[in-house]
Design a protein around this ligand. Structure first.
Ligand SMILES: NC(=O)c1ccc[n+]([C@@H]2O[C@H](COP(=O)([O-])OP(=O)(O)OC[C@H]3O[C@@H](n4cnc5c(N)ncnc54)[C@H](OP(=O)(O)O)[C@@H]3O)[C@@H](O)[C@H]2O)c1
Length: 443
């Protein structure tokens, strides 16, 4: 591994293909025999530092259409929180099911799961049938893993009936020194970014792009008012940038003055601190309080000059969904990709049907949308929202930060990169965007 790292650091990328691929590598794993370790423990007290391990694991055999990548940096996504607390289900069920598909996918069904759905790094080897990429290419990877053997996904690759999220529903993810991907997950690494910056947008940037911008999602247009929950978080920090970049008007919901300040730094003007306002959408576990929905709606109107949101960018789920449906304007769209606070949503359907609102379900992004989202990063039109970077051995702590919502934007992890700040090729372009790239750092 050291020889590979030396070659990358010495910029001898042509040599990468000639260096032997190590038989094993260090990866962050959960263990199948620990899937019950948190039984009876409240969700918040389930500690990823106990369930995530840094193990030496065998390098998987490379199959057709695949690539092995030397991972310089990765990032924490909420799916690693879910995997590490074994909620709502253990991810070993995903690996088992995938393993039944073919002899090739059987490789993923192991008693350990190497997690992580983002990476920036250098291609080590490509499998048979890969011609667009070669050893030595500097890449990032999106996390859409599809078989595409049936016609279902041929218009929109997210519709494939064998659609999975790499590093969550498949093995050999990005929180490791080496990762296995399908080569069509690979995209060029933006040259003006460091390894850790380039690794951080992938999953959330692509998801927010489909959810908000794409015709498969809310199809946002200029002038739309967009209510964004968790506007300084992983998804929200990209949704806020897409709204601003696309001429829409974001109304950012956050939970502290520091988070409000970050949204201002991104250029947002309309901000609601949900903690300061003290909204209690639920009177108790079973009963919502429509008066609180109204109070929330009135606050939005106060900020927008009387307008209701054309689009509500939803992901908190049960806790906020009733309010989201209520505050959306007549004919507007609630677009949801998650249910962090609970997936059994309740809302008053009268407000939906009488006001001709629509709920759209959105999940990750297809190949094309992922590529378009990465291109916006590459063009310097959308920027990474990296706040803090951990070493690979501290991935448990990094995941705990996200689990406890004590982070801002994205949390990065150095894998092979020995320190932060490496990997930049285009210094001129970087200088132009430096303030924007660093907006979230050290907050
Ligand atoms: N379907 C997909 O493809 C997809 C892709 C990415 C993520 N997700 C899911 O989306 C969710 C968010 O992911 P993320 O990366 O954005 O996570 P994140 O970085 O933790 O950000 C989420 C933000 O939501 C806000 N929030 C959390 N709980 C809330 C609540 N009960 N009420 C109101 N706001 C709340 C928090 O902001 P404030 O505290 O500042 O309000 C937090 O910063 C996760 O469940 C994740 O699994 C789904």
């Amino acid at each position: 591994m050291q020889k590979i790292l030396d070659a990358i650091q010495a910029d001898e990328l042509d040599a990468i293909g000639t260096l032997p691929v190590p038989e094993s590598y260090r990866g962050v794993t959960v263990h199948a025999d620990e899937a019950e370790m948190f039984a009876g423990v409240p969700s918040r007290d389930k500690d990823p530092r106990k369930s995530l391990h840094l193990d030496e694991v065998a390098t998987p055999e490379l199959g057709p259409g695949e690539a092995l990548v030397a991972v310089m940096a990765s990032a924490i996504n909420y799916n690693t929180v879910w995997t590490s607390i074994f909620e709502p289900v253990s991810t070993f069920g995903f690996l088992k099911r995938y393993g039944r598909l073919s002899p090739l996918t059987k490789r993923h069904d192991l008693p350990y799961h190497v997690v992580g759905s983002d990476l920036a790094g250098v291609v080590l080897r490509t499998g048979p049938g890969v011609h667009q990429w070669k050893a030595g290419d500097e890449v990032v990877a999106h996390c859409l893993n599809v078989e595409l053997e049936s016609p279902d996904g041929h218009n929109d690759t997210m519709m494939d009936n064998e659609q999975r999220i790499w590093g969550f529903e498949t093995n050999f993810g990005g929180l490791a020194e080496i990762a296995l991907v399908k080569s069509n997950q690979l995209m060029p690494k933006p040259a003006h970014l460091t390894w850790e910056e380039a690794a951080s947008p992938g999953l959330v940037n692509s998801t927010a792009y489909r959810q908000l911008v794409s015709t498969n999602g809310a199809n946002m247009k200029q002038g739309d008012t967009v209510l964004i929950w968790g506007a300084s978080g992983g998804l929200g920090s990209y949704a806020t940038q897409f709204a601003l970049n696309g001429g829409a008007i974001p109304v950012c919901v956050v939970s502290s003055p520091e988070k409000a300040e970050i949204c201002r730094k991104m250029g947002a003007e309309l901000i609601i601190d949900r903690n300061a306002e003290g909204y209690r959408f639920w009177k108790d576990e079973a009963t919502q309080d429509p008066k609180e929905w109204k109070r929330f709606g009135a606050k939005i109107r106060e900020l927008t000059g009387g307008e209701d949101p054309d689009i509500v960018f939803e992901h908190p789920g049960r806790e906020t969904f009733g309010a989201s449906v209520y505050v959306t304007r007549k004919g507007g769209t609630i677009v949801t990709c998650a249910s962090t606070s609970g997936y059994m949503h309740e809302y008053d359907n009268r407000y939906l049907w009488m006001n001709l609102k629509r709920v759209i379900g959105s999940h990750f992004a297809n190949y094309r949308e992922s590529y378009e989202a990465n291109r916006l990063i590459d063009k310097g039109l959308i920027h990474p929202t990296l706040s803090k970077v951990y070493q690979l051995e501290d991935t448990g702590q990094a995941t705990l930060d996200v689990h406890h919502n004590s982070h801002q934007g994205k949390v990065g992890v150095l894998c092979l990169a020995p320190e932060e700040g490496l990997g930049v090729r285009d210094h001129e372009k970087r200088a132009k965007h430096l303030d924007a790239i660093n907006r979230f750092r050290g907050v």
